[in-house]
Design a binder for this molecule. Structure first.
Ligand code: ME8
Length: 518
Protein backbone atom coordinates (compact mmCIF):
# COMPACT_ATOMS: atom_id res chain seq x y z
CA UNK A 1 0.00 0.00 0.00
CA UNK A 2 1.37 3.42 -0.96
CA UNK A 3 2.49 5.78 1.75
CA UNK A 4 -0.35 8.14 2.79
CA UNK A 5 -0.01 11.88 2.32
CA UNK A 6 -2.63 14.15 3.86
CA UNK A 7 -2.62 17.79 2.83
CA UNK A 8 -5.10 20.49 3.82
CA UNK A 9 -5.75 24.13 3.08
CA UNK A 10 -7.22 26.42 5.71
CA UNK A 11 -10.99 26.25 5.64
CA UNK A 12 -12.13 29.59 4.35
CA UNK A 13 -14.58 32.03 5.92
CA UNK A 14 -17.50 32.35 3.54
CA UNK A 15 -18.74 35.63 5.03
CA UNK A 16 -17.76 37.26 1.74
CA UNK A 17 -17.04 35.99 -1.75
CA UNK A 18 -13.79 34.11 -2.38
CA UNK A 19 -10.84 36.39 -3.11
CA UNK A 20 -7.48 35.91 -4.73
CA UNK A 21 -5.86 34.76 -1.47
CA UNK A 22 -8.30 31.87 -1.24
CA UNK A 23 -7.64 30.95 -4.87
CA UNK A 24 -3.88 31.15 -4.35
CA UNK A 25 -3.96 28.87 -1.33
CA UNK A 26 -6.16 26.27 -3.04
CA UNK A 27 -3.97 26.23 -6.14
CA UNK A 28 -0.73 25.89 -4.18
CA UNK A 29 -2.16 22.99 -2.17
CA UNK A 30 -3.53 21.41 -5.33
CA UNK A 31 -0.15 21.50 -7.03
CA UNK A 32 1.44 19.78 -4.04
CA UNK A 33 -1.37 17.19 -3.92
CA UNK A 34 -1.03 16.41 -7.64
CA UNK A 35 2.75 16.29 -7.32
CA UNK A 36 2.57 13.79 -4.45
CA UNK A 37 0.11 11.63 -6.41
CA UNK A 38 2.60 11.61 -9.28
CA UNK A 39 5.23 10.47 -6.81
CA UNK A 40 3.00 7.49 -6.04
CA UNK A 41 1.75 8.65 -2.64
CA UNK A 42 -1.75 7.78 -1.44
CA UNK A 43 -3.06 11.35 -1.18
CA UNK A 44 -5.96 12.81 0.79
CA UNK A 45 -6.51 16.47 -0.02
CA UNK A 46 -9.05 18.48 1.94
CA UNK A 47 -10.32 22.02 1.62
CA UNK A 48 -13.60 23.64 2.63
CA UNK A 49 -15.41 26.40 4.47
CA UNK A 50 -15.41 27.60 8.08
CA UNK A 51 -19.01 28.59 8.63
CA UNK A 52 -19.58 29.14 12.34
CA UNK A 53 -19.12 32.19 14.50
CA UNK A 54 -20.67 35.54 15.10
CA UNK A 55 -19.35 37.09 11.89
CA UNK A 56 -21.41 34.70 9.80
CA UNK A 57 -24.52 35.24 11.91
CA UNK A 58 -24.12 39.00 11.57
CA UNK A 59 -23.49 38.90 7.82
CA UNK A 60 -26.65 36.78 7.41
CA UNK A 61 -28.67 39.20 9.49
CA UNK A 62 -27.46 42.09 7.36
CA UNK A 63 -28.77 40.20 4.32
CA UNK A 64 -32.05 39.41 6.07
CA UNK A 65 -31.79 35.64 5.63
CA UNK A 66 -31.20 32.77 8.03
CA UNK A 67 -27.61 31.97 8.91
CA UNK A 68 -27.93 28.49 7.46
CA UNK A 69 -29.32 29.79 4.20
CA UNK A 70 -26.56 32.39 4.02
CA UNK A 71 -23.89 29.76 4.80
CA UNK A 72 -25.21 27.42 2.10
CA UNK A 73 -25.18 30.12 -0.52
CA UNK A 74 -21.78 31.55 0.37
CA UNK A 75 -20.07 28.20 0.79
CA UNK A 76 -21.21 27.24 -2.69
CA UNK A 77 -19.18 30.11 -4.17
CA UNK A 78 -16.04 28.54 -2.72
CA UNK A 79 -17.03 25.11 -3.93
CA UNK A 80 -17.67 26.44 -7.44
CA UNK A 81 -14.34 28.25 -7.42
CA UNK A 82 -12.47 25.10 -6.36
CA UNK A 83 -13.96 23.23 -9.32
CA UNK A 84 -13.32 26.09 -11.71
CA UNK A 85 -9.63 26.19 -10.74
CA UNK A 86 -9.21 22.41 -11.25
CA UNK A 87 -8.62 21.83 -7.55
CA UNK A 88 -8.40 18.04 -7.14
CA UNK A 89 -9.72 17.94 -3.56
CA UNK A 90 -10.94 14.66 -2.14
CA UNK A 91 -13.29 16.36 0.25
CA UNK A 92 -14.77 19.82 0.41
CA UNK A 93 -15.60 19.99 4.11
CA UNK A 94 -18.18 22.32 5.55
CA UNK A 95 -18.11 22.86 9.30
CA UNK A 96 -21.90 22.43 9.29
CA UNK A 97 -21.46 18.79 8.17
CA UNK A 98 -22.82 16.29 10.71
CA UNK A 99 -19.59 14.30 11.02
CA UNK A 100 -17.77 17.52 11.82
CA UNK A 101 -20.05 18.17 14.79
CA UNK A 102 -19.27 14.67 16.02
CA UNK A 103 -15.51 15.17 15.64
CA UNK A 104 -15.54 18.57 17.38
CA UNK A 105 -17.52 17.20 20.30
CA UNK A 106 -15.23 14.18 20.53
CA UNK A 107 -12.04 16.24 20.76
CA UNK A 108 -13.76 18.49 23.30
CA UNK A 109 -14.60 15.48 25.46
CA UNK A 110 -11.05 14.17 25.15
CA UNK A 111 -9.64 17.53 26.34
CA UNK A 112 -12.18 17.57 29.14
CA UNK A 113 -11.30 14.02 30.21
CA UNK A 114 -7.69 15.20 30.46
CA UNK A 115 -8.75 17.91 32.92
CA UNK A 116 -7.76 20.69 30.51
CA UNK A 117 -11.15 22.48 30.37
CA UNK A 118 -12.64 24.52 33.22
CA UNK A 119 -15.56 26.89 33.53
CA UNK A 120 -14.88 30.49 34.58
CA UNK A 121 -15.99 34.04 33.95
CA UNK A 122 -14.39 36.14 31.29
CA UNK A 123 -14.43 39.89 31.12
CA UNK A 124 -12.57 41.87 28.58
CA UNK A 125 -12.50 43.91 25.41
CA UNK A 126 -13.92 41.74 22.65
CA UNK A 127 -13.76 42.36 18.93
CA UNK A 128 -16.50 40.64 16.98
CA UNK A 129 -14.61 41.10 13.73
CA UNK A 130 -11.42 39.49 15.06
CA UNK A 131 -13.35 37.07 17.29
CA UNK A 132 -10.76 37.76 19.96
CA UNK A 133 -10.37 39.39 23.36
CA UNK A 134 -7.77 42.09 23.95
CA UNK A 135 -6.10 43.68 26.97
CA UNK A 136 -6.72 47.35 27.67
CA UNK A 137 -3.08 48.09 26.88
CA UNK A 138 -3.39 46.75 23.34
CA UNK A 139 -6.21 49.10 22.37
CA UNK A 140 -6.16 52.38 20.50
CA UNK A 141 -8.85 55.04 20.27
CA UNK A 142 -10.48 55.84 16.94
CA UNK A 143 -11.32 59.32 15.60
CA UNK A 144 -14.86 59.12 16.97
CA UNK A 145 -13.67 57.99 20.40
CA UNK A 146 -14.44 54.27 19.97
CA UNK A 147 -11.91 51.83 21.29
CA UNK A 148 -10.17 49.79 18.62
CA UNK A 149 -8.29 46.49 18.61
CA UNK A 150 -4.69 46.30 17.30
CA UNK A 151 -6.29 45.28 13.96
CA UNK A 152 -8.29 48.52 13.99
CA UNK A 153 -11.66 46.87 14.60
CA UNK A 154 -14.15 48.09 17.26
CA UNK A 155 -14.15 46.34 20.63
CA UNK A 156 -16.89 46.05 23.26
CA UNK A 157 -16.62 45.30 26.97
CA UNK A 158 -17.95 41.79 27.26
CA UNK A 159 -18.48 39.63 30.30
CA UNK A 160 -19.55 36.04 29.97
CA UNK A 161 -19.25 32.64 31.49
CA UNK A 162 -16.89 30.64 29.39
CA UNK A 163 -14.95 27.40 29.23
CA UNK A 164 -11.20 27.81 29.36
CA UNK A 165 -8.55 25.56 27.88
CA UNK A 166 -5.36 25.18 29.95
CA UNK A 167 -3.07 26.47 27.23
CA UNK A 168 -0.55 27.66 29.83
CA UNK A 169 0.17 24.04 30.71
CA UNK A 170 1.48 23.41 27.18
CA UNK A 171 4.13 26.12 26.99
CA UNK A 172 7.06 23.79 27.61
CA UNK A 173 5.72 20.86 25.55
CA UNK A 174 5.24 23.29 22.63
CA UNK A 175 8.76 24.68 22.95
CA UNK A 176 10.07 21.10 23.02
CA UNK A 177 8.05 20.34 19.90
CA UNK A 178 9.54 23.28 17.96
CA UNK A 179 13.03 22.43 19.13
CA UNK A 180 12.80 18.74 18.24
CA UNK A 181 10.98 19.20 14.91
CA UNK A 182 12.50 22.09 12.99
CA UNK A 183 10.13 21.37 10.10
CA UNK A 184 6.99 21.66 12.19
CA UNK A 185 6.71 25.36 11.33
CA UNK A 186 7.86 26.56 7.95
CA UNK A 187 9.27 28.76 6.62
CA UNK A 188 11.99 29.42 9.18
CA UNK A 189 11.05 33.08 9.72
CA UNK A 190 7.58 32.08 10.94
CA UNK A 191 9.06 29.47 13.23
CA UNK A 192 11.15 32.12 14.93
CA UNK A 193 8.13 34.39 15.42
CA UNK A 194 6.10 31.60 17.01
CA UNK A 195 8.93 30.54 19.31
CA UNK A 196 9.36 34.12 20.58
CA UNK A 197 5.63 34.30 21.21
CA UNK A 198 5.45 31.05 23.18
CA UNK A 199 8.61 31.87 25.13
CA UNK A 200 6.80 35.01 26.28
CA UNK A 201 4.28 32.84 28.17
CA UNK A 202 0.81 31.53 27.34
CA UNK A 203 -2.48 32.43 29.03
CA UNK A 204 -5.37 30.00 29.17
CA UNK A 205 -7.71 30.33 26.23
CA UNK A 206 -11.42 31.06 26.30
CA UNK A 207 -12.96 28.31 24.17
CA UNK A 208 -16.74 28.72 24.42
CA UNK A 209 -19.28 31.47 23.79
CA UNK A 210 -22.74 32.09 25.21
CA UNK A 211 -23.52 35.31 23.33
CA UNK A 212 -24.70 33.52 20.16
CA UNK A 213 -25.70 30.02 19.13
CA UNK A 214 -24.31 29.64 15.59
CA UNK A 215 -21.69 27.04 16.41
CA UNK A 216 -21.08 23.51 17.61
CA UNK A 217 -22.82 22.98 20.98
CA UNK A 218 -20.46 22.23 23.87
CA UNK A 219 -21.31 18.73 25.15
CA UNK A 220 -23.40 18.80 28.35
CA UNK A 221 -23.15 22.57 28.72
CA UNK A 222 -26.41 24.16 27.59
CA UNK A 223 -26.07 27.67 26.16
CA UNK A 224 -22.39 27.25 25.21
CA UNK A 225 -21.13 26.89 21.68
CA UNK A 226 -17.48 26.23 20.87
CA UNK A 227 -15.15 29.09 20.08
CA UNK A 228 -14.96 29.04 16.30
CA UNK A 229 -11.25 28.16 16.21
CA UNK A 230 -11.77 24.97 18.23
CA UNK A 231 -14.23 23.65 15.71
CA UNK A 232 -12.37 25.12 12.72
CA UNK A 233 -9.06 23.43 13.51
CA UNK A 234 -10.79 20.14 14.21
CA UNK A 235 -11.89 20.01 10.56
CA UNK A 236 -8.55 18.40 9.78
CA UNK A 237 -9.41 15.46 12.02
CA UNK A 238 -12.98 15.22 10.74
CA UNK A 239 -11.59 14.48 7.29
CA UNK A 240 -9.87 11.36 8.59
CA UNK A 241 -13.00 9.94 10.18
CA UNK A 242 -12.16 10.96 13.76
CA UNK A 243 -13.21 9.87 16.39
CA UNK A 244 -13.28 6.53 14.58
CA UNK A 245 -9.62 5.47 14.58
CA UNK A 246 -10.24 2.20 12.69
CA UNK A 247 -11.99 3.53 9.60
CA UNK A 248 -10.68 3.70 6.05
CA UNK A 249 -9.43 7.25 6.39
CA UNK A 250 -7.76 6.95 9.79
CA UNK A 251 -4.45 6.11 8.08
CA UNK A 252 -4.24 9.75 6.99
CA UNK A 253 -3.82 11.10 10.50
CA UNK A 254 -1.49 12.77 11.41
CA UNK A 255 -1.58 15.17 8.47
CA UNK A 256 1.63 15.66 6.52
CA UNK A 257 1.03 19.29 5.68
CA UNK A 258 -1.34 22.05 6.76
CA UNK A 259 -0.98 24.77 4.16
CA UNK A 260 -2.23 28.10 5.50
CA UNK A 261 -1.53 31.82 5.27
CA UNK A 262 0.89 33.70 7.48
CA UNK A 263 -1.85 35.44 9.50
CA UNK A 264 -3.10 32.20 11.05
CA UNK A 265 0.19 30.48 11.79
CA UNK A 266 -0.24 31.03 15.53
CA UNK A 267 -3.58 29.20 15.62
CA UNK A 268 -2.06 26.25 13.78
CA UNK A 269 1.24 26.01 15.62
CA UNK A 270 0.25 26.95 19.18
CA UNK A 271 -3.43 26.20 19.78
CA UNK A 272 -3.78 23.25 17.44
CA UNK A 273 -0.84 21.15 18.69
CA UNK A 274 -1.86 21.99 22.28
CA UNK A 275 -5.41 20.72 21.64
CA UNK A 276 -4.01 17.58 20.04
CA UNK A 277 -1.55 16.93 22.86
CA UNK A 278 -4.37 17.35 25.32
CA UNK A 279 -6.52 14.85 23.39
CA UNK A 280 -3.54 12.45 23.15
CA UNK A 281 -3.53 12.59 19.38
CA UNK A 282 -0.47 12.60 17.11
CA UNK A 283 0.64 15.99 15.78
CA UNK A 284 0.77 17.05 12.15
CA UNK A 285 4.20 16.84 10.55
CA UNK A 286 4.34 20.34 9.20
CA UNK A 287 2.53 23.66 9.02
CA UNK A 288 3.56 25.92 6.15
CA UNK A 289 2.57 29.60 6.35
CA UNK A 290 2.47 31.01 2.82
CA UNK A 291 2.67 34.73 2.12
CA UNK A 292 -0.02 37.12 0.98
CA UNK A 293 -0.81 37.97 -2.57
CA UNK A 294 -1.15 41.70 -2.91
CA UNK A 295 -2.70 43.54 -5.80
CA UNK A 296 0.05 45.70 -7.23
CA UNK A 297 1.74 45.33 -3.88
CA UNK A 298 -1.13 46.80 -1.83
CA UNK A 299 -3.03 44.91 0.80
CA UNK A 300 -6.43 44.01 -0.58
CA UNK A 301 -9.42 45.62 0.91
CA UNK A 302 -12.91 46.01 -0.34
CA UNK A 303 -12.91 49.71 0.45
CA UNK A 304 -9.77 50.32 -1.62
CA UNK A 305 -11.57 48.60 -4.46
CA UNK A 306 -8.66 46.39 -5.45
CA UNK A 307 -10.18 43.01 -4.75
CA UNK A 308 -9.85 41.40 -8.14
CA UNK A 309 -12.16 38.45 -8.48
CA UNK A 310 -10.22 35.22 -9.07
CA UNK A 311 -13.00 33.82 -11.25
CA UNK A 312 -12.72 36.91 -13.46
CA UNK A 313 -8.98 36.30 -13.79
CA UNK A 314 -9.58 32.66 -14.69
CA UNK A 315 -12.09 33.74 -17.35
CA UNK A 316 -9.75 36.38 -18.76
CA UNK A 317 -6.53 34.36 -18.82
CA UNK A 318 -7.46 30.70 -18.43
CA UNK A 319 -7.04 28.44 -15.43
CA UNK A 320 -3.61 27.06 -16.31
CA UNK A 321 -2.22 30.54 -16.86
CA UNK A 322 -3.46 31.72 -13.48
CA UNK A 323 -2.14 28.63 -11.71
CA UNK A 324 1.24 28.95 -13.40
CA UNK A 325 1.46 32.63 -12.54
CA UNK A 326 0.62 32.09 -8.86
CA UNK A 327 3.34 29.55 -8.32
CA UNK A 328 6.00 30.92 -10.61
CA UNK A 329 5.76 34.60 -9.73
CA UNK A 330 5.77 34.30 -5.96
CA UNK A 331 8.61 32.77 -4.03
CA UNK A 332 6.59 30.35 -1.92
CA UNK A 333 6.38 31.54 1.67
CA UNK A 334 6.88 35.20 0.80
CA UNK A 335 4.37 37.84 -0.18
CA UNK A 336 3.82 38.48 -3.85
CA UNK A 337 2.20 41.02 -6.07
CA UNK A 338 -0.17 40.44 -8.96
CA UNK A 339 -1.71 42.47 -11.74
CA UNK A 340 -3.11 41.72 -15.17
CA UNK A 341 0.10 42.96 -16.83
CA UNK A 342 2.25 40.77 -14.61
CA UNK A 343 0.15 37.71 -15.48
CA UNK A 344 0.26 38.41 -19.22
CA UNK A 345 4.00 39.10 -19.20
CA UNK A 346 4.99 36.04 -17.20
CA UNK A 347 2.67 33.61 -18.95
CA UNK A 348 3.53 34.79 -22.44
CA UNK A 349 7.28 34.72 -21.87
CA UNK A 350 7.39 31.26 -20.33
CA UNK A 351 4.31 29.20 -21.01
CA UNK A 352 3.11 30.52 -24.36
CA UNK A 353 6.26 31.63 -26.19
CA UNK A 354 8.60 29.04 -24.73
CA UNK A 355 6.95 25.76 -23.77
CA UNK A 356 3.68 26.08 -25.68
CA UNK A 357 5.43 27.24 -28.81
CA UNK A 358 8.03 24.49 -28.60
CA UNK A 359 5.34 21.81 -28.39
CA UNK A 360 3.14 23.35 -31.04
CA UNK A 361 5.99 23.95 -33.54
CA UNK A 362 7.29 20.42 -33.12
CA UNK A 363 3.99 18.58 -33.13
CA UNK A 364 2.44 20.49 -36.00
CA UNK A 365 5.61 20.01 -38.07
CA UNK A 366 5.36 16.26 -37.45
CA UNK A 367 1.64 16.29 -38.26
CA UNK A 368 2.29 18.09 -41.51
CA UNK A 369 5.44 16.42 -42.73
CA UNK A 370 5.27 12.92 -41.28
CA UNK A 371 1.49 12.64 -41.27
CA UNK A 372 1.62 12.25 -37.53
CA UNK A 373 3.91 9.21 -37.58
CA UNK A 374 6.44 9.07 -34.75
CA UNK A 375 9.84 10.14 -36.16
CA UNK A 376 12.23 7.30 -36.94
CA UNK A 377 15.59 6.80 -35.23
CA UNK A 378 17.40 8.71 -37.99
CA UNK A 379 21.04 9.76 -37.65
CA UNK A 380 21.84 10.83 -34.14
CA UNK A 381 24.31 13.44 -33.01
CA UNK A 382 25.88 14.05 -29.58
CA UNK A 383 23.71 17.17 -29.34
CA UNK A 384 20.64 14.93 -29.02
CA UNK A 385 21.84 13.05 -25.96
CA UNK A 386 23.09 16.31 -24.47
CA UNK A 387 19.69 17.90 -24.79
CA UNK A 388 17.92 14.93 -23.25
CA UNK A 389 20.37 14.99 -20.36
CA UNK A 390 19.63 18.68 -19.75
CA UNK A 391 15.90 17.96 -19.77
CA UNK A 392 16.27 15.05 -17.36
CA UNK A 393 18.26 17.27 -15.01
CA UNK A 394 15.66 20.06 -15.26
CA UNK A 395 12.78 17.68 -14.46
CA UNK A 396 14.70 16.15 -11.56
CA UNK A 397 15.43 19.67 -10.30
CA UNK A 398 11.74 20.50 -10.30
CA UNK A 399 11.05 17.34 -8.35
CA UNK A 400 13.66 18.04 -5.66
CA UNK A 401 12.51 21.64 -5.28
CA UNK A 402 8.81 20.69 -5.08
CA UNK A 403 9.53 18.10 -2.40
CA UNK A 404 10.93 20.99 -0.39
CA UNK A 405 7.98 23.29 -1.26
CA UNK A 406 10.29 25.54 -3.26
CA UNK A 407 7.68 25.81 -5.96
CA UNK A 408 8.86 28.86 -7.86
CA UNK A 409 12.46 27.67 -7.92
CA UNK A 410 11.26 24.27 -9.15
CA UNK A 411 9.47 25.82 -12.10
CA UNK A 412 12.46 28.03 -12.83
CA UNK A 413 14.67 24.94 -13.03
CA UNK A 414 12.13 23.26 -15.31
CA UNK A 415 12.21 26.32 -17.59
CA UNK A 416 15.92 25.72 -18.15
CA UNK A 417 14.96 22.46 -19.83
CA UNK A 418 12.44 24.32 -21.99
CA UNK A 419 15.01 26.96 -22.98
CA UNK A 420 17.51 24.24 -23.84
CA UNK A 421 14.95 22.70 -26.22
CA UNK A 422 14.28 26.01 -27.87
CA UNK A 423 17.97 26.57 -28.41
CA UNK A 424 18.31 23.07 -29.81
CA UNK A 425 15.45 23.50 -32.23
CA UNK A 426 16.90 26.80 -33.47
CA UNK A 427 20.37 25.32 -33.97
CA UNK A 428 19.20 22.04 -35.49
CA UNK A 429 16.53 23.74 -37.63
CA UNK A 430 14.57 20.61 -38.57
CA UNK A 431 12.54 22.57 -41.15
CA UNK A 432 15.63 23.13 -43.27
CA UNK A 433 16.72 19.51 -42.86
CA UNK A 434 13.51 18.31 -44.44
CA UNK A 435 14.94 18.49 -47.95
CA UNK A 436 18.68 18.35 -47.27
CA UNK A 437 18.97 15.63 -44.62
CA UNK A 438 15.72 13.85 -43.74
CA UNK A 439 17.59 11.24 -41.69
CA UNK A 440 18.89 13.90 -39.39
CA UNK A 441 15.49 15.59 -39.31
CA UNK A 442 13.96 12.41 -37.93
CA UNK A 443 16.54 12.21 -35.17
CA UNK A 444 15.97 15.85 -34.19
CA UNK A 445 12.19 15.53 -34.11
CA UNK A 446 12.38 12.27 -32.17
CA UNK A 447 14.63 13.94 -29.59
CA UNK A 448 12.18 16.79 -29.25
CA UNK A 449 9.23 14.44 -28.78
CA UNK A 450 11.10 12.69 -25.99
CA UNK A 451 12.00 16.01 -24.36
CA UNK A 452 8.51 17.46 -24.63
CA UNK A 453 6.99 14.37 -23.06
CA UNK A 454 9.27 14.60 -20.04
CA UNK A 455 8.74 18.33 -19.61
CA UNK A 456 4.96 17.97 -19.90
CA UNK A 457 4.84 15.27 -17.23
CA UNK A 458 6.97 17.34 -14.88
CA UNK A 459 4.80 20.46 -15.18
CA UNK A 460 1.50 18.55 -15.10
CA UNK A 461 0.68 19.40 -11.44
CA UNK A 462 0.96 23.12 -12.21
CA UNK A 463 -0.85 23.25 -15.56
CA UNK A 464 -2.94 20.08 -15.71
CA UNK A 465 -4.99 21.12 -18.74
CA UNK A 466 -2.29 22.27 -21.17
CA UNK A 467 0.29 19.69 -20.17
CA UNK A 468 -2.45 17.04 -20.28
CA UNK A 469 -3.37 18.13 -23.80
CA UNK A 470 0.23 17.75 -24.99
CA UNK A 471 0.48 14.31 -23.43
CA UNK A 472 -2.82 13.35 -25.07
CA UNK A 473 -1.43 14.39 -28.45
CA UNK A 474 1.64 12.25 -27.80
CA UNK A 475 -0.46 9.35 -26.58
CA UNK A 476 1.62 9.30 -23.37
CA UNK A 477 -0.69 7.73 -20.80
CA UNK A 478 1.73 7.08 -17.98
CA UNK A 479 2.12 10.39 -16.19
CA UNK A 480 3.73 9.67 -12.85
CA UNK A 481 7.30 10.58 -11.99
CA UNK A 482 8.64 7.17 -12.81
CA UNK A 483 7.39 7.65 -16.40
CA UNK A 484 9.79 10.58 -16.88
CA UNK A 485 12.75 8.23 -16.66
CA UNK A 486 11.12 5.49 -18.74
CA UNK A 487 13.62 5.19 -21.61
CA UNK A 488 11.56 2.49 -23.27
CA UNK A 489 8.52 4.68 -23.87
CA UNK A 490 9.55 5.93 -27.31
CA UNK A 491 10.21 2.49 -28.77
CA UNK A 492 6.96 1.10 -27.39
CA UNK A 493 5.06 4.09 -28.69
CA UNK A 494 6.63 3.67 -32.14
CA UNK A 495 5.84 -0.06 -32.14
CA UNK A 496 2.18 0.63 -31.47
CA UNK A 497 1.97 2.15 -34.95
CA UNK A 498 -0.72 4.55 -33.75
CA UNK A 499 -0.11 8.03 -35.19
CA UNK A 500 0.16 11.09 -32.98
CA UNK A 501 -3.08 13.02 -32.56
CA UNK A 502 -3.55 16.35 -34.32
CA UNK A 503 -2.01 19.00 -32.05
CA UNK A 504 -4.03 21.85 -30.58
CA UNK A 505 -2.26 24.83 -29.00
CA UNK A 506 -1.92 24.00 -25.29
CA UNK A 507 -0.77 27.38 -24.02
CA UNK A 508 -2.17 30.20 -26.12
CA UNK A 509 -0.62 33.65 -26.02
CA UNK A 510 -2.51 36.04 -23.75
CA UNK A 511 -3.70 39.47 -24.75
CA UNK A 512 -4.05 42.25 -22.23
CA UNK A 513 -7.84 42.51 -21.82
CA UNK A 514 -9.06 45.98 -22.75
CA UNK A 515 -11.32 46.26 -19.73
CA UNK A 516 -8.74 44.95 -17.24
CA UNK A 517 -8.22 47.38 -14.43
CA UNK A 518 -4.67 46.14 -14.13
O1 ME8 B 1 -8.57 32.55 8.43
N1 ME8 B 1 -3.13 36.22 0.04
O2 ME8 B 1 -10.25 32.08 6.93
P1 ME8 B 1 -10.01 33.21 5.83
C1 ME8 B 1 -2.91 34.93 0.35
N2 ME8 B 1 -11.40 30.44 8.58
N3 ME8 B 1 -3.62 34.25 1.27
C2 ME8 B 1 -4.57 34.91 1.93
C3 ME8 B 1 -4.86 36.26 1.67
C4 ME8 B 1 -4.07 36.92 0.67
N4 ME8 B 1 -4.24 38.18 0.35
N5 ME8 B 1 -5.87 36.64 2.48
C5 ME8 B 1 -6.19 35.54 3.21
C6 ME8 B 1 -9.57 31.93 8.09
N6 ME8 B 1 -5.42 34.51 2.89
C7 ME8 B 1 -10.07 30.79 8.97
C8 ME8 B 1 -9.13 29.63 8.85
S1 ME8 B 1 -8.41 27.11 9.35
C9 ME8 B 1 -8.73 25.98 10.52
C10 ME8 B 1 -9.49 28.43 9.66
C11 ME8 B 1 -5.44 33.14 3.44
O3 ME8 B 1 -11.06 32.98 4.82
C12 ME8 B 1 -5.39 33.11 4.95
O4 ME8 B 1 -4.07 33.29 5.40
O5 ME8 B 1 -9.89 34.54 6.47
C13 ME8 B 1 -5.94 31.74 5.25
O6 ME8 B 1 -4.94 30.76 5.18
C14 ME8 B 1 -6.94 31.53 4.12
O7 ME8 B 1 -6.67 32.53 3.13
C15 ME8 B 1 -8.38 31.65 4.59
O8 ME8 B 1 -8.60 32.88 5.22
Amino acid sequence: MADPFYITTAIHYPNGRPHIGHAYEMVAADVIARFQRQAGRDVLFQTGTDEHGLKMAQAARARGISTREFANEMSSHFHVMADRLDISYDRFLRTVDADHYAASQAIWQAMQAKGDLYLDRYEGWYSVRDEAFYDEGELTVGEDGTKLSPQGTPVEWTAEETWFFRLSKYQQPLLDLYRDNPDFIRPESRRNEVMRFVEGGLSDLSVSRTSFDWGVPVPDSPGHVMYVWVDALTNYLTGTGYPNRDGDLARFWPANLHLIGKDIVRFHTVYWPAFLMSADLPLPQSVFGHGFLLHRGEKMSKSVGNVVDPMGLADAFGVDALRYFFLREVSFGQDGSYSAEAIVTRVNAELANSFGNLAQRTLSFIAKNLEGALPEAGRSDPADAMLLEEVVVACAGLKTAFEDLMLSQGIETWMRGVYACNQYIDVQAPWSLRKTDPDRMHAVLGTLVRAIRMLAIAILPVTPRGAGLILDTLGADDRNHAAIDDDGWYARRADSGVPLAAPTPAFPRLEMPAEAEG
